[in-house]
Design a binder for this molecule. Structure first.
Ligand SMILES: Cc1cc2nc3c(=O)[nH]c(=O)nc-3n(C[C@H](O)[C@H](O)[C@H](O)COP(=O)(O)O)c2cc1C
Length: 349
């Protein structure tokens, strides 16, 4: 892929992900989850404590911005805005795919200034599984380590996107060797690894197969929000096969709520931290994910839409999301995030 091809594709993704047609028509499953109301919480709203820990770092909230854009013209301003607010409010910040930066020719990436400008930022780097397999095959570990160091990353996310790779015109649906590459990655870089989906969720069989990998966190990124089969279908020409594939597979995946429960069942609190994203709209969605057993909740499409409207809109939205979670915790009698996660305070409706 040429540099200009990469930049065009990423610009297309930003533009198309904002369209309502890019969202899965199935829900997240959270609409069928009800949090248990408590009429007499023995708490004050102001004492509700959103603080959490991630990779040994204390943070003010259990939220993250899920990886969307890495350094490319047109996205740097957006990334900087999201990073600035994330750093200020104690949200983890994921960048989008840094595949281009493994090649040292692209040292100018906008990602590399983010930590310098926002030193408190907890930044998660990002690479696709297909690129990781290439890194492992070509033994490019030193280049990967250098890229992570330049980014000032606290962790590396490896994204899993089989549907997207199959529908994308330039996709690389070649995942053979992925478990071996992940095993090597965990020993080749000292950083925590986050394994993330991209909006199609995680099944029990998959979770069983990765059971012995030393990954520190899993973002189940389930169905119910941005759908990458749809985005790639809409990117393709109107008469193309890929446009049809995008429609056929436009609701392929496992909803976010079900994906969280699959991960909780698979690891029973013993394995990687469970993060949740995929279709999150507000702090009440986030509270439900935490109650189901996730320990961190992330926003991609929703955060993107708000960030496009500028700093003030983003500040207001993040404050609102935090307050929504605080209220849900107060009304379920949960003083800490841990109490909400561990208390079985939900039922199905
Ligand atoms: C514009 C855009 C670009 C994205 N690019 C990446 C990427 O480069 N790497 C990645 O791991 N996920 C990427 N994602 C996927 C998100 O991290 C997330 O898993 C997915 O969109 C589902 O969350 P949502 O429903 O909140 O959008 C992207 C999402 C959006 C909206």
């Amino acid at each position: 892929m040429t540099d200009s091809g990469f930049i065009h594709r990423k610009a297309d993704h930003l533009r198309i992900a904002l369209l309502p047609e890019s969202r899965s028509s199935s829900g997240t499953g959270l609409e069928r989850i009800r949090l248990e109301h408590d009429s007499l919480p023995d708490l004050d709203l102001e004492s509700v404590d959103l603080r959490t820990e991630v990779f040994g770092i204390g943070l003010a909230t259990p939220f993250f911005i899920a990886g969307m854009t890495a350094g490319h013209p047109g996205a740097d301003e957006l990334n900087d805005r999201l990073a600035r607010h994330a750093a200020k409010r104690g949200w983890v910040f994921g960048v989008g795919s840094q595949r281009r930066e493994i090649d040292t020719a692209y040292r100018d990436s906008g990602v590399h200034g983010l930590r310098e400008r926002h030193p408190e930022l907890v930044l998660v780097s990002n690479l696709g599984i297909a690129q990781l397999i290439e890194v492992a095959r070509q033994k490019k570990w030193p280049a990967l380590r250098e890229m992570l160091e330049r980014s000032g990353a606290s962790a590396l996310a490896i994204h899993l996107n089989p549907v997207q790779e199959c529908v994308q015109v330039e996709g690389t649906p070649r995942f053979r060797g992925s478990l071996q590459a992940l095993r090597e990655l965990c020993s080749e870089t000292g950083l925590p690894v986050l394994l993330k989906e991209t909006g199609s969720g995680m099944s029990r069989n998959f979770l069983e197969r990765i059971r012995n990998l030393p990954v520190r966190a899993l973002d189940v990124s389930g169905m119910g929000g941005t759908h990458w089969g749809r985005v790639e279908g809409l990117r393709a020409g109107e008469e193309s096969m890929e446009r049809i594939l995008g429609r056929t597979f436009g609701d392929w995946g496992i909803p976010t709520a079900e994906s969280i429960l699959n991960a909780v069942d698979a690891f029973s609190g013993q394995g990687p931290a469970i993060w949740a994203s995929g279709g999150m709209r507000n702090g009440l969605d986030a509270a439900k994910c935490l109650a189901l057993g996730a320990s961190r909740v992330g926003f991609a499409g929703t955060a993107l839409r708000v960030a496009m409207d500028g700093d003030e809109a983003l500040e207001k939205w993040m404050t609102t999301v935090e307050q929504e979670l605080r209220i849900a915790m107060f009304c379920t009698h949960s003083e800490t995030v841990r109490e909400l996660c561990a208390g079985k305070k939900w039922s199905r409706v």
